[in-house]
Design a protein around this ligand. Structure first.
Ligand code: CU
Ligand code: CU
Length: 357
């Protein structure tokens, strides 16, 4: 047991395993096997669980806050590395981030950026993940504190893999991407609302075996989230937890800042097919994602081509859910993407795709 280890997140309640459940659980496990095909479905070859994580002192500070192949900062998406195993390192840092004129807040980050880096891998790939808690490196107002990592793309025991580690500690664990799609990752240290609202979230893209069934000319990552701020003009405040609990955001944003992609429009050309990987982080709200001036030719809910919808005007994305939205740019123009819950749009959840000559 490491001195850095703290209590893992269990949702604040027990899982309710009792003697009366055990015979049923054993029967279900016996029927399903472990990654086998006894259930007649396509779970053959899936890898469940992983070896016990390790926790150790962090070692020297690296020159970058994240490392690994296939990693980028949204809206950019790096190609997935042609490798079966990926070494991914994300450092937790505490940063002051400016989101609007004179509006700054104290972010808690993965990799020093909000949203955290986009991790791009392929179905069946293994991730050797290293989380280094550097919250003790820069301390404006927020004290060093425990943090953790919950990958929605993983199928592992959350009690050990998603444990919190203290400042100056390093957690390593591995997992295999069984399902294709667009998945959230986030800090799972209580209160989870505060850790997510403070910036500890990001996107994992898992390409399907054999790739997606269409060819896209442009690909962008969009991460929608809410910011709960005091809007202090004089100093960088922490996230306003009262506002977060009341679900009254100051801003709703794509890729970290209100209307960021009005100032930094995404580029496309008339006739091109655009693929947007859209993740709604929440932590509290849904997204009614819509692109003004076109129709979503294909929508893959949670980014899995098995979940295909066609000809959609708007796709509803739950908090912690995602969708891949593909559409054609019909002619030269500026195509505004919005959260069609228009209060959210007014609070900043909009951006531009510029297809001007
Ligand atoms: Cu955290
Ligand atoms: Cu989660």
């Amino acid at each position: 047991m490491s001195p850095f280890r703290s209590r893992p997140w269990t949702g604040g309640r027990s899982f309710g395993w009792s003697a009366s459940w055990l015979p049923l659980a054993v029967a279900v496990l016996a029927l399903n096997g472990c990654g086998g095909k006894q259930d007649g479905l396509d779970t053959k070859g899936m890898v469940y669980g992983g070896s016990s994580p390790t926790v150790s002192p962090a070692g020297p500070v690296a020159s970058t806050h994240y490392s690994g192949m296939g990693i980028s900062v949204a809206p950019e998406i790096a190609p997935a590395a042609n490798a079966a195993t990926h070494d991914i390192r994300l450092d937790v840092t505490h940063e002051v981030i400016q989101v609007a004129d004179s509006v700054r807040y104290q972010a808690w980050t993965f990799g020093g950026v909000v949203p955290g880096p986009v991790i791009h891998i392929r179905q069946g790939d293994r991730v050797n993940f290293t989380l280094t808690n550097r919250s003790d490196q820069a301390i404006p107002l927020t004290p060093p504190m425990p943090h953790s990592m919950d990958f929605h793309a993983a199928m592992v025991n959350p009690l050990d893999k998603y444990q919190s580690v203290g400042p100056g500690a390093q957690l390593r664990y591995e997992w295999v991407a069984n399902y294709p799609g667009v998945f959230m990752y986030h800090c799972a240290t209580p209160p989870v609302l505060q850790h997510i609202a403070s910036g500890m979230f990001g996107m994992v893209i898992v390409d399907p075996k054999g790739g997606y069934p269409t060819h896209a000319d442009r690909e962008y990552a969009l991460v929608e989230s809410e910011l709960y701020l005091s809007k202090s003009r004089t100093r960088a405040e922490m996230i306003d937890m009262k506002a977060a609990l009341q679900k009254t955001p100051t801003y709703v944003v794509f890729n970290g800042k209100p209307q960021r992609h009005v100032a930094e429009p995404l580029k496309a050309k008339p006739g091109e097919r655009v693929r947007l990987y859209v993740l709604d982080v929440g932590p509290n709200g849904t997204s009614s994602f819509h692109v003004i001036g076109t129709i979503l030719d294909r929508v893959w809910l949670d980014g899995d081509p098995a979940n295909e919808l066609r000809g959609m005007q708007t796709v509803l994305i739950p908090a912690s859910g995602a969708a891949i939205c593909e559409f054609v740019i019909p002619e030269a123009g500026i195509y505004t993407f919005v959260d069609h819950e228009f209060a959210d749009c007014e609070m900043g959840a909009m951006g531009h795709i510029s297809a001007l000559p």
